[in-house]
Design a protein around this ligand. Structure first.
Ligand code: PLP
Length: 378
């Protein structure tokens, strides 16, 4: 299967040009050539995160970025609150517990995120020193209003730590302006780089804490390495950094605002398309992510069969996680995904569902998506 459409919420499609850039011979990690590529990548990431502060890139999946972010922002004994909208919030909560923080997890109903007034109530009543949340909770395709939450948290003097694994590169993030202290991501989602890089960004003026350092998550040494790879501490993932550099060049050339607008158009097209064939979206209006969409699998259709039918038509989509396994499916539309990819996915979904006995008026989801895309000028 050389030609297939990868429409899962990460890893996402990597542009062929970036794959070729990654295939260049591996430089020495301390060579001037690689140092320049590394430094330019860090500078471009600062633009994406909207920060004049530090950005650290290490080999690892998104979970490694969570670990580094938490180890450098929380102290043992701190009273913190985790806003849980789904499966991945536990990663933040577990990391926070492991550094000895006093963790309260507050859960929203399935499909809802948190608004600023709820966060204000929590901060007023709980006296928390930090708020931890996902920008996009990938398991339910829910987006939290990070800007409003961060601004509110600042009024209460609380730190804000955001898992942007499923948002960075596809949805707006402005650390310095909004007051998000730490935000982390992985390479494999809206940054459109293969999996393997963990990225943590700090707000300008926020000094990462060093008291929870481990041999690998040693922020003092990593920060020096970020200044120049000649300050070797751990070997950077050289070829993945080529890919990151390549993709960031494309991201900056597209323009951040234009890129976020494109993600919005694709998201709305998928949402309207799914609704047009009678499917119920998991995320409520007002909390829908622009990078991933989740919908309930209609009665009478089994997930393994839907997955197989979609694969038979060359499209890979994702299932549910945790308690939603077998109940929902998810479509990723982030990074390098195009309008054509979205249309092809919806078309394959119509045929797959029809094959499984679900009544579909052929073309209805495609039509709805087309109308959205056209209205966005895509
Ligand atoms: C929001 C969120 N947090 C954490 C993770 C875990 O990241 P990784 O699998 O790269 O370690 C994911 C993965 O999908 C995610 O979407």
């Amino acid at each position: 299967m050389t030609r297939f459409l990868l429409m899962i919420p990460g890893p996402s499609i990597t542009d062929p040009e970036t794959m070729l850039d990654m295939a260049k011979p591996t430089f020495s990690h301390v060579s001037p050539e690689f140092d320049a590529v590394h430094r330019e990548s860090i500078e471009a990431l600062k633009k994406v995160f909207g920060t004049g502060g530090d950005v650290v890139v290490i080999p690892g999946s998104g979970t490694a970025a969570i670990e580094l972010a938490i180890r450098t922002s929380l102290r043992a004994g701190e009273k913190v609150v985790v806003l849980k909208a789904g499966f991945f919030a536990d990663y933040l909560a577990d990391a926070a517990k492991r550094v000895g923080a006093d963790v309260t997890v507050v859960q929203s109903p399935i499909g809802r995120g948190f608004d600023a007034s709820e966060v204000e109530r929590l901060l007023r009543e709980g006296g928390y020193s930090a708020v931890l949340l996902q920008h996009v909770e990938t398991s339910v395709a829910v987006a939290n209003p990070v800007e409003k939450i961060a601004r509110k948290a600042k009024e209460y003097g609380a730190k804000v730590i955001v898992d942007g694994i499923a948002s960075i590169g596809g949805m707006d993030m402005k650390l310095d302006e909004w007051g998000v202290d730490v935000c982390l991501t992985g390479s494999q989602k809206a940054l459109a780089v293969p999996p393997g890089l963990a990225i943590v960004a700090y707000r300008k003026g926020f000094t990462p804490l060093s008291e929870n350092e481990t041999t690998y998550f040693n922020i003092s040494k990593l920060l020096k390495e970020m200044e120049s790879t000649r300050n070797y501490y751990i070997t950077p993932a050289v070829n993945l950094i080529y890919a990151l550099h390549s993709s960031l060049k494309r991201i900056i050339a597209e323009g951040l605002e234009a890129r976020y607008k494109r993600h919005e158009a694709l998201a709305k097209a998928v949402q309207r398309g799914l609704e047009a064939i009678g499917l119920k979206l998991v995320a409520e209006e007002g909390f829908r992510a622009n990078t991933v969409t989740a919908a309930y699998i209609p009665e009478g259709v089994e997930w393994p069969k839907l997955y197989a039918e979609m694969r038979a038509r060359g499209v890979e989509i994702a299932g549910g996680l945790g308690e939603l396994r077998g109940k929902i499916f998810r479509i990723g539309h982030m990074g390098e995904v195009t309008a054509n990819d979205v249309i092809a996915t919806l078309a394959a979904l119509e045929r797959s569902l029809a094959k499984l006995g679900y009544r579909v008026e052929m073309g209805s989801s495609v039509k709805a998506a087309q109308e959205v895309l056209y209205s966005y000028g895509v």
